[in-house]
Design a protein around this ligand. Structure first.
Ligand SMILES: Nc1nc2c(ncn2[C@@H]2O[C@H](COP(=O)(O)OP(=O)(O)OP(=O)(O)O)[C@@H](O)[C@H]2O)c(=O)[nH]1
Ligand SMILES: [Mg+2]
Length: 189
C-alpha cells in the first residue's frame, strides 16, 4: 500500500495522563474488553499498548466514502504527582514521546480524585501549542466525585487548560459514549 495513502487514512488516538489516573481502564472501557493491564499501583503500563479499533466511514459521498483506520494507544504515566521530570527513562521514554508526536488526537486523562497536575498542565500546553494536537480532556473516576468537586474540577480545567471536559467512570460507564461521540467528531474535521 502507498505509504502516503496509509498515513492519510490512519487516525491515532493517544491516551495520556499521570500514573494511576485510569488510562488503561479507559482503553478497556472503550473496547469493552481487557486489553491493557489495570492495577491499583502506579507504573503498571510501561511500553505503549496499541490496539486497532476499526474502520470508520465518514463524509457525505456514498460513491466515494472516506475511511479512516482508528487505533488507540495507552501510554504509561509520564509523570507521577507533581514531579517535573518524567518517571520513565531510555527507550520507554523515547517510545512514549514518539507516540505523542504521532497522535492525531490526544485524550488527556485527569484523575478526578487528585485534580489537574501542574506537570500535566505543562505537557498539555506543549502538545496543544507547539505540536498543534487536538486534545479531549477527560476527568476520570467521576463515580467518586461529589457534585461540588465536579464543578470545581470543571472550572479548573476551563481556567488552566482553556478547555471543556468530559466526566467518565470506568466503573459506571458514565461518559464513555459521550467520549466516543467526541472522538468521532474530531475524526470528521
Ligand atoms: N473508582 C474508580 N476507579 C477507577 C476508575 N478508573 C480506574 N480506576 C482504578 O484506578 C486504578 C488505576 O487504573 P489504571 O487503569 O491501571 O491506571 P493507569 O492510568 O493506566 O496507570 P499506569 O499504567 O500505572 O500509569 C485501578 O485501581 C483502577 O481500578 C474509575 O472510573 N473509577
Ligand atoms: Mg496503565
Amino acid at each position: 500500500m502507498d505509504k502516503g495513502l496509509y498515513s492519510d487514512n490512519r487516525f491515532k488516538v493517544v491516551i495520556i495522563g499521570p500514573e494511576n489516573s485510569g488510562k488503561s481502564a479507559l482503553l478497556n472501557a472503550i473496547f469493552g474488553k481487557n486489553i491493557s493491564r489495570v492495577s491499583e499501583v502506579g507504573g503498571t503500563t510501561k511500553k505503549p499498548v496499541k490496539k486497532f479499533w476499526g474502520k470508520v466511514k465518514y463524509g457525505k459521498s456514498k460513491k466515494e466514502p472516506k475511511i479512516k483506520n482508528i487505533s488507540f494507544v495507552d501510554l504509561g504515566g509520564l509523570f507521577s504527582g507533581e514531579k517535573e521530570s518524567p518517571i520513565m527513562v531510555g527507550k520507554t521514554l523515547e517510545l512514549t514521546y514518539k507516540e505523542m508526536k504521532e497522535a492525531d488526537l490526544i485524550i488527556h486523562v485527569v484523575d478526578g480524585e487528585k485534580g489537574l497536575l501542574k506537570s500535566f498542565e505543562k505537557i498539555h500546553h506543549l502538545l496543544k501549542y507547539r505540536y498543534q494536537k487536538p486534545i479531549i480532556v477527560v476527568i476520570n473516576k467521576c463515580d467518586l466525585l461529589e457534585y461540588s468537586r465536579r464543578n470545581y474540577l470543571k472550572e479548573q480545567v476551563e481556567k488552566r487548560l482553556n478547555s471543556n471536559c468530559i466526566f467518565t467512570s470506568t466503573i459506571t460507564y458514565e461518559g464513555i459514549t459521550d467520549l466516543m461521540n467526541n472522538i468521532m467528531n474530531f475524526l470528521k474535521k
